[in-house]
Write a protein that binds this ligand. Structure first.
Ligand SMILES: CC(C)(COP(=O)(O)OP(=O)(O)OC[C@H]1O[C@@H](n2cnc3c(N)ncnc32)[C@H](O)[C@@H]1OP(=O)(O)O)[C@@H](O)C(=O)NCCC(=O)NCCS
Length: 179
């Protein structure tokens, strides 16, 4: 089932191709949009008015606050030292340590970025395309590269984190009813 029955969808969530996603046990806030070939795992939380680009993976332990932009092919991570098996059998829950990740309100994550587990990306921050985020990103900062580092020039012109009561910008993308 592409969108499982236990997914909590807010009002006006747009899933452009509901048969081409894999959402289960997660929460998606009102007005958010989800592109094709996106997986959102159990327990992940996507806030209101977020945009999740195609081919992105939002795993268990990830929280996206409101108005977060996730580009295409963005990979979140929740297991720092992954192993397929231990003790001669496949690993299960409890055999590994989940490290949660939080992305602050209004932050943007460029296409192809990898966000390592256990980090906090501050409100309004900008993560460059292809970056590997290995440490916390300050609110409003711009980071890029592998590992992601502050971009001095871009950071100087960075936008301030959006206020908590900011109104939603108009969304011109086509709407479809939640499944
Ligand atoms: C990181 C980013 C926001 C910086 O934009 P900017 O502030 O306009 O910065 P500039 O283009 O002036 O580049 C500044 C410097 O950072 C470098 N840089 C820019 N983006 C980079 C990236 N993704 N990775 C590594 N270095 C990058 C530039 O080469 C430049 O280096 P230099 O000063 O040595 O010449 C932007 O390049 C980016 O990656 N945006 C994400 C786009 C995206 O994924 N969109 C998704 C929807 S299509």
């Amino acid at each position: 089932m592409p969108v499982a029955a236990d997914v909590v969808l807010g009002a006006g969530v747009t899933i452009h191709h509901p048969v081409l996603v894999n959402l289960y046990g997660c929460t998606v806030g009102e007005g958010s949009t989800i592109g094709p070939f996106v997986e959102v795992q159990r327990g992940a939380v996507i806030g209101a008015r977020c945009k999740i680009g195609s081919h992105s993976f939002v795993c268990t332990g990830v929280t996206l606050e409101d108005e977060v932009f996730v580009g295409h092919g963005v990979m979140f991570v929740n297991d720092r030292h992954p192993r397929a098996a231990s003790g001669g059998r496949l690993q299960r829950e409890g055999d590994w340590v989940l490290e949660p990740t939080r992305v602050g309100r209004g932050a943007s994550i460029g296409s192809g970025a990898v966000v390592m587990c256990g980090v906090t990306i501050g409100a309004g921050a900008m993560v460059g395309a292809g970056a590997v985020v290995t440490a916390d990103v300050p609110a409003g900062a711009t980071v890029a590269g592998v590992p992601a580092r502050l971009l001095a020039r871009a950071t100087a012109g960075a936008v301030a984190p959006p206020p908590a009561d900011a109104t939603a910008p108009g969304d011109t993308e086509p709407k479809s009813a939640p499944p």
